[in-house]
Unconditional design. Structure first.
Length: 355
């Protein structure tokens, strides 16, 4: 029976990678976890805990951690890549000599590479050319997963085998794995929502109420889906876990790193101070810059992203930017039902204020 156990490799020693490694081991897989830091790997093997990211979480004792890439990847059928976006390509290149086309490669990273505006699964494709590539994304706060709180995620891939194997490896009574074939939409949803979590944190620090939070999340969803559809995604994806689901949790919880950065900005701290206090990577900070620039380049209307860019990188006070956003145009609610251009034309016909 031991030969039939699925062999899973996790690249990355952060909170989400650690939680997924333990879940796969709980499900009976043989799990190896790669960490850059040999001391942290030794701690996981010795104490079955990750003192840096999930100090109170009891990792399944069968998870074997190592900083030896070849050892971790040897014989792996499923490889979960849980590396921050800035280092993602570097680690994939490091792993490439030990990978083979039969393996299933799945990114768990919610971010965008600046050069070429590349998503992580596109990097996996470029660096390997392998056929079995997928993305995991959804409302997945790692600390709650570690507490075995009921959680759901999405595995997105064009490849049915990838979807099925990931559901088998990770699905359990507290971690549900749903399938999608819109890899690009699911991955964009995971990256884009980080922007709006910063905005939600700022709004909370500024004392804005529940009506404001609801408005902010709903307009963020409109902005996310507008941008993603322009990039080729399916707008219906944003009604699911990787769209509205992930947006709700990351805009509502102080467990979200991006929310906490936004809260610090709303309190009047600088971006450098906010990031330093966090002590971890907040993917949304880099994503704001990339998405704002891409939207301007392609002519996609994204006022929230533009406003956040002004606060983060141009020194505009958060309160001032919030007021300016409220003076923006009142256009359509759901653009896939009534287009912004139809609303503008109606105002022009009536000689209204936005004509």
């Amino acid at each position: 029976m031991a030969e039939e156990r699925m062999r899973v490799a996790v690249l990355g020693g952060g909170s989400f990678g650690t939680a997924l490694a333990s879940i796969a081991a709980d499900n009976g897989a043989r799990v190896r976890q790669w960490l850059r830091d040999p001391e942290l790997a030794a701690q996981i093997n010795r104490e079955h805990r990750n003192g840096r990211y999930l100090p109170d979480y009891a990792i399944n004792a069968s998870v074997v951690a190592s900083n030896d890439m070849a050892e971790v990847l040897e014989g792996a059928e499923l490889v979960l890549v849980a590396i921050p976006s800035q280092a993602f390509r570097e680690v994939v290149c490091q792993a490439r000599p030990y990978l083979d086309p039969a393996q299933i490669l799945v990114s768990t990273t919610k971010g965008i590479q600046e050069a070429g505006f590349k998503l992580m699964s596109q990097i996996l494709e470029e660096e390997t050319g392998f056929p079995h590539i997928g993305v995991i994304s959804g409302p997945n706060l790692a600390s709650e997963i570690a507490d075995r709180q009921l959680t759901a995620t999405v595995i997105a891939s064009d490849d049915p085998e990838t979807r099925t194997r990931v559901q088998t490896a990770l699905g359990c009574d507290y971690f549900r794995v749903y399938a999608s074939n819109d890899r690009y939409g699911v991955e964009l949803g995971g990256a884009l929502k980080n922007i709006y979590a910063i905005a939600a944190g700022m709004a909370a620090a500024l004392g804005m109420g529940e009506n404001t939070r609801s408005m902010l999340m709903t307009r963020a969803l409109a902005e996310m889906s507008r941008f993603a559809v322009y990039c080729g995604a399916n707008p219906m994806t944003f009604l699911g876990l990787a769209g509205v689901g992930d947006l709700i949790v990351t805009c509502s919880s102080n467990l979200s790193r991006n929310y906490r950065v936004g809260y610090a900005l709303g309190e009047g701290h600088s971006l450098d101070e906010a990031v330093e206090a966090l002590g971890q990577v907040a993917e949304g900070v880099n994503t704001v810059h990339l998405v704002r620039d891409k939207a301007r380049e392609e002519g996609v209307y994204m006022p929230l992203a533009e406003g956040l860019y002004q606060v983060l990188f141009k020194g505009v006070p958060a309160q001032e930017m919030a007021q300016m956003l409220m003076l923006g145009e009142q256009s359509s609610d759901v653009e896939f039902i009534l287009s912004r251009e139809d609303v503008r034309q109606a105002h022009r016909d009536e000689g209204g204020p936005h004509g």
